[in-house]
Design a binder for this molecule. Structure first.
Ligand SMILES: Nc1ncnc2c1ncn2[C@@H]1O[C@H](COP(=O)(O)OP(=O)(O)OP(=O)(O)O)[C@@H](O)[C@H]1O
Length: 323
């Protein structure tokens, strides 16, 4: 089966001090139709910049320096700004941590939704309004007909994020990139929105890249996982396989730092040290400055070891399952 999205050796850079700093460094992964990929890593690991690269939304002077983003056969890394504008929202949509990245504060919700329907699908006003109302109802907005006439500030944070999700789903895109969409919300609302989002995307057959620093979120949500560190994917595979027998020391550290039922009250094992800044990324394996297994070999850049669908980048991988 050909993947819906096939990202190959993607490099996205931000120029600084006369150098191109690699925020995304030779990243490769694929997403099949209807599949959910969890893109996980600590703050600054390059998850959002990967998402923005796929959407053609990297802030200048940042740019995609090399690699391919094959989406349904077309290379988005080489697509014109016009082609990306036509694709965005319609075939690939993004939900951000802050819903105001999607919503225009001075326009009524209904106007925003019907304008995008008109622009992308050329449908008339009454039909667009009905579609917009149904989309709000689908994400659990009460009295959707009346709420179409409200402004974004008249919604609570959770409801505003629901509206942003409704807009992302409006054109039944093939792929949604969800960038920490529930992080700013309280835990109960968070889990409600996650399960509603999951049900809706499943019903529509939408593929999802779920970006998060929180492994607990993706463990119940994703089919596959890709773990990022220092702009690189260090391990990827089917979620159950990676979570039960993580090979990369960084993945193992992330899993150990997630609170579980059993660990309540116990000290969690934090990964010692901090993520190096882009300007000070170590040569070779980016994790080696924090890794207890690192030795001289790790000054070289590790290749991808394993199978096409399940691999890691480590010279000293763990072989045993987690206990
Ligand atoms: N517009 C920009 N200009 C310069 N550097 C940037 C820009 N955007 C991101 N970066 C840098 O790129 C690196 C990756 O950032 P990114 O936001 O993708 O990380 P992340 O894993 O999504 O973290 P978070 O969870 O905090 O959003 C960081 O070092 C960040 O400082």
């Amino acid at each position: 089966m050909t993947a819906l999205l096939d990202v190959r050796d993607l490099v996205t850079v931000f120029p600084s001090g006369g150098r191109d700093l690699r925020a995304v460094d030779e990243v490769s992964f694929s997403v099949n139709r209807g599949e959910v990929l969890g893109l996980v890593g600590e703050s600054g690991s390059g998850k959002s910049v990967t998402g923005f690269s796929l959407m053609g939304l990297v802030d200048a002077p940042g740019r995609i320096a090399s690699g391919q983003i094959l989406f349904d056969g077309d290379d988005l890394a080489k697509a014109s700004p016009e082609a990306m504008r036509s694709l965005r929202g319609r075939r690939i949509a993004m939900v951000f941590q802050d819903p105001m990245m999607t919503l225009n504060p001075v326009l009524r919700i209904g106007t925003q939704m019907t304008e995008t329907l008109h622009a992308h699908e050329r449908i008339g006003k009454p039909e667009a309004r009905a579609r917009a109302r149904d989309a709000l109802a689908q994400v659990g907005i009460p009295s959707p007909e009346e709420r179409l006439d409200a402004y974004p500030h008249e919604f609570s944070g959770g409801m505003r994020q629901r509206v942003a999700i409704a807009i992302a789903l409006l054109h039944r895109p093939d792929l949604i990139i969800a960038d920490e969409p529930t992080t700013a919300l309280d835990v109960t609302i968070q889990s409600q929105i996650i399960s509603e989002f999951q049900a809706l995307t499943e019903r529509q057959g939408t593929a999802v890249i779920w970006i998060t620093h929180d492994l607990a979120i993706v463990s119940g949500l994703a089919d596959r996982i890709a773990v990022m560190y220092g702009g690189r994917i260090v391990e990827t595979g089917p979620i159950a396989e990676v979570l039960t027998a993580p090979k990369h020391p960084y993945t193992r550290g992330l899993i150990r730092s997630v609170p579980s039922e059993n660990s309540r009250g116990a000290r969690l094992a934090q990964i010692p040290g901090v993520t190096p800044s882009l300007a000070h990324m170590p040569q070779g394996c980016a994790f080696r400055s924090r890794c207890q297994r690192a030795d001289a070999a790790c000054a070289q850049r590790p290749g991808a070891y394993g199978s096409d669908s399940c691999w890691h980048r480590c010279f000293h991988p763990h072989e045993e399952a987690l206990t």
